[in-house]
Ligand binder design. Structure first.
Ligand code: KG4
Ligand code: ZN
Length: 336
């Protein structure tokens, strides 16, 4: 087993077909072919269209990642691939491709949980990062605060009781007639507004580290419908800005609180919502204020990518945890 293996990561759980190559914790390439523009026409991801797009793109994206890294297939030490959670048909495309490579090249296959991949993105940002640390995970499917004790063990301190933060952004985007995926559009609109619309209270102390977004989402939907029914003037930008504050401030608050309670000096973050500029700044300010070191993955490694899958693959490789070629795709992988 090598100390700094050359690992190819493959990700195809949703609408991005991605491949990346790392040597140890050094990122050599990170390629994505996205079908988001096709999906945008339908206002969300159509599973069959995602699977077809992956089938068209997977060979190409892997070839690009190898070429950009200047690595030949036969030099690879392992192939890491997302096996879940995600759309089954989409996952199967990347997984089958990875199995083919593993078998043909005689190298280990490493099945990676997509969520653990989001957690591992921070390792690529700072090669000196080591546990323990507290992580804010906020994506389209999950919102959680986690405590990573060692490279392979983490504890879920709290999670979403209903909708995930990213899901709330996507649903609010829809009532504001913004395109899919909603997060970046809500963020752009929020920049033109002020935090001036009163929002419902978020689940605070009594909720521990758990989150709830369905109340906030319903409030926004009702607000828009009521204003429209009554023919009253209202500002889309102010509503987006106020929603963004309500949805994101609570994430920052609970993450910093968790680090304090755990007596842990480092905070990391991951998942698509962490690409949000307001959240990034708020995390930076709060962590600096609390004397915590913050390791924030680059924006493009917060949303779905294969570099994070390769990074988690490296942890599994070093732990000697390989997967059999019979590994199946899983639509859901429990966080806990
Ligand atoms: O991690 P990700 O790419 O996919 C999942 O694993 O779910 O996260 C996608 C989610 C979507 O809900 C998207 O609207 C949200 O992340 N997102 C954002 C931003 N960029 C992506 N939410 C808020 N602000 C953003 N800039
Ligand atoms: Zn994701």
């Amino acid at each position: 087993m090598k100390d700094d293996p050359l690992i190819l990561g493959i990700e195809s759980s949703c609408d991005e077909t991605a491949a990346a190559v790392i040597r140890g914790r050094v990122l050599l390439s990170d390629e994505i072919i996205s079908s988001a523009s096709i999906q945008a026409k339908y206002g969300g991801v159509v599973p069959e269209l995602a699977s077809r797009a992956h089938t068209d793109a997977v060979d190409e994206v892997v070839a690009r990642a190898l070429a950009r890294a200047d690595v030949k297939k036969k030099e690879l030490d392992a192939v890491a691939v997302t096996y879940g959670a995600g759309l089954l048909g989409a996952l199967l495309v990347g997984l089958s491709f990875a199995k083919g490579l593993s078998y043909a090249l005689g190298i280990p296959l490493i099945g990676v949980s997509h969520i653990r991949g989001h957690l591992a993105a921070a390792y690529l940002e700072d090669s000196s990062l080591e546990p323990p640390f507290v992580t804010l995970l906020a994506s389209g499917g999950h919102t959680a605060v986690l405590y990573t004790e060692s490279l392979t063990r983490f504890e879920v301190l709290g999670g979403t009781l209903d909708d995930a933060a990213g899901e709330a952004f996507d649903k609010v985007a829809r009532v504001l007639s913004l395109p899919y995926p909603g997060g970046p559009h809500v963020e752009a609109l929020a920049r033109e507004g002020t935090n001036s619309v009163p929002m419902p209270k978020m689940l605070k102390g009594q909720g521990g580290y758990d989150f709830s977004y369905s109340g906030l989402k319903t409030y926004i939907i009702n607000y828009v419908h009521t204003k429209e029914q009554r023919g009253e003037a209202w500002s889309r930008a102010n509503l987006a800005c106020s929603f963004q504050h309500a949805a994101l401030d609570i994430l920052v608050e609970k993450t910093v609180e968790a680090a304090r309670e755990k007596g842990c000096g480092t905070v990391t973050a991951g998942g698509g919502v962490v690409a949000n500029g307001y959240l990034r700044e708020a995390l930076q300010t709060a962590c600096a204020h609390a004397g915590l070191r913050l390791v924030l993955p680059a924006k493009k490694r917060c949303t779905d990518n294969a570099a994070m899958i390769a990074a988690e693959g490296l942890i599994r490789y070093r732990a000697g945890e390989f997967s059999p070629l019979t590994l199946n795709a899983c639509a859901s992988v429990p966080l806990r």
